[in-house]
Design a protein around this ligand. Structure first.
Ligand code: SF4
Length: 292
C-alpha cells in the first residue's frame, strides 16, 4: 500500500482497494488532462506490487476487500504475464473479491490480442473504464487524444467481446461553444451508439491547472461554454442515445444537473429535469460547488 504521486480513480471505485501497478499514463499528451503531467510513465516492480497486496490483506483483512481498482492511467498496458500474476495474487489474497477494474486506454488495450483480453477476463479482470471524451475526430486531434474514433470503436469492441463490463467517459464542453459544441455531441452520439457500452458517464469540462488547455482558457484562446450550453449538450446526448438498457450518469461534481439512472427508461424523466433547468424553473449546481 505504497503510492507514488497523486492517485486518481473513477468515482464509482470509492470503496475499492486501489492497487498502483503503473505510474502515470503511457500517452500523457491530452491537452485537457492534468492528472499525470508530473509523472513519468513506468511500471512498478512486480515484487513491490505483490508486497503491496500482502500489506493490503494485513491492513484491511482478507475478508474485507471485494473490489480492487488497478491504478494509474492505463494499467492494462502491462505485460500479459504480469497482469495474470497480479490477478492471481489478488484473488488468492481476498476470498470475497468479485471485481477487479482498470482504466483502459485505446492504444494500451490494442497492445493485447483478443485472446489475451479473453484470458484477462477469465482471470478476473471484470471491468474496463475508457475515456472516449468525444466521438468527433477533428476534436480528438485538436486535444491530442492520440487515437481516432474508429480506433476507440475497435478497442471497445474487443473489451466487450472479452466479456468485460465497459464503462465510457465523455467530456461535455470540450469543443467550446457554438457549432463545435453541436458537432462534438452529434459525433459523440454516433460513436456511443455504435459502442453500446453498459455504462456511460458525462463529466463537464473544467480547466485543470496542470494541463495545456488551462493556459488557453486563461489567455482566452479557448472559450468555456455556458451552463445553459452544458445543459443543452446533456439534453442532446440523452435524447440521441438510442440503445439500451444501459447505466447513464451525469452526476460528477463538475455537472450542473446531477442525473443517474437507466436509459432509455429514465429518458423522459431526465429530459424533464433538464428542460426545467433550462427554463429556469429548477436550480442548477452553483459554480462555487462544482469541482473537478
Ligand atoms: S486523458 Fe487519459 S490518455 Fe489522455 S493524458 Fe489523461 S490519462 Fe492519459
Amino acid at each position: 500500500m505504497r503510492y507514488e504521486g497523486q492517485i486518481y480513480r473513477p468515482p464509482g471505485e470509492w470503496r475499492s482497494y486501489l492497487l498502483q501497478c503503473t505510474v502515470g499514463c503511457t500517452h500523457n499528451k491530452c491537452t485537457f488532462c492534468g492528472m499525470y503531467k508530473t509523472k513519468k510513465f513506468h511500471i512498478r516492480p512486480m515484487k513491490e506490487i505483490i508486497e503491496d497486496i500482502a500489506m493490503a490483506r494485513a491492513y484491511y483483512g482478507a475478508e474485507n476487500v471485494d473490489k480492487v481498482f488497478l491504478c494509474d492511467g492505463d494499467a492494462i498496458v502491462m505485460r500479459q504475464e504480469q497482469l495474470l500474476q497480479i490477478l492471481e495474487a489478488l484473488y488468492a489474497a481476498f476470498p470475497n473479491l468479485r471485481q477487479v477494474t482498470t482504466y483502459a486506454g485505446t492504444r494500451s488495450t490494442m497492445t493485447k490480442s483478443q485472446e489475451q483480453l479473453n484470458e484477462l477476463r477469465k482471470a478476473g479482470l471484470t471491468r474496463a473504464y475508457l475515456g472516449v471524451e468525444s466521438g468527433w475526430d477533428e476534436l480528438l486531434l485538436k486535444v491530442n487524444k492520440g487515437v481516432t474514433s474508429a480506433q476507440m470503436i475497435q478497442a471497445t469492441d474487443m473489451i466487450k467481446e472479452a466479456g468485460m463490463d465497459l464503462w465510457l467517459m465523455v467530456i461535455l464542453g470540450l469543443a467550446g461553444p457554438g457549432e463545435p459544441s453541436k458537432k462534438h455531441i452529434q459525433e459523440t452520439i454516433r460513436v456511443l451508439n455504435r459502442m453500446q457500452a453498459q455504462h456511460v458517464s458525462c463529466l463537464s469540462y473544467m480547466p485543470e491547472p496542470n494541463s495545456p488547455m488551462y493556459q488557453d482558457v486563461k489567455s482566452g484562446k479557448f472559450k468555456l461554454i455556458t451552463a445553459r450550453e452544458y445543459l443543452e449538450e446533456t439534453r442532446a446526448l440523452v435524447e440521441g442515445l438510442n440503445y439500451g438498457p444501459f447505466h447513464f450518469t451525469s452526476n460528477h461534481a463538475s455537472n450542473y444537473v446531477p442525473l443517474k439512472g437507466t436509459l432509455p427508461d429514465d429518458r423522459e424523466k431526465f429530459l424533464a429535469m433538464l428542460d426545467s433547468a433550462l427554463e429556469g424553473k429548477s436550480r442548477i449546481r452553483g459554480e462555487h460547488t462544482r469541482a473537478l
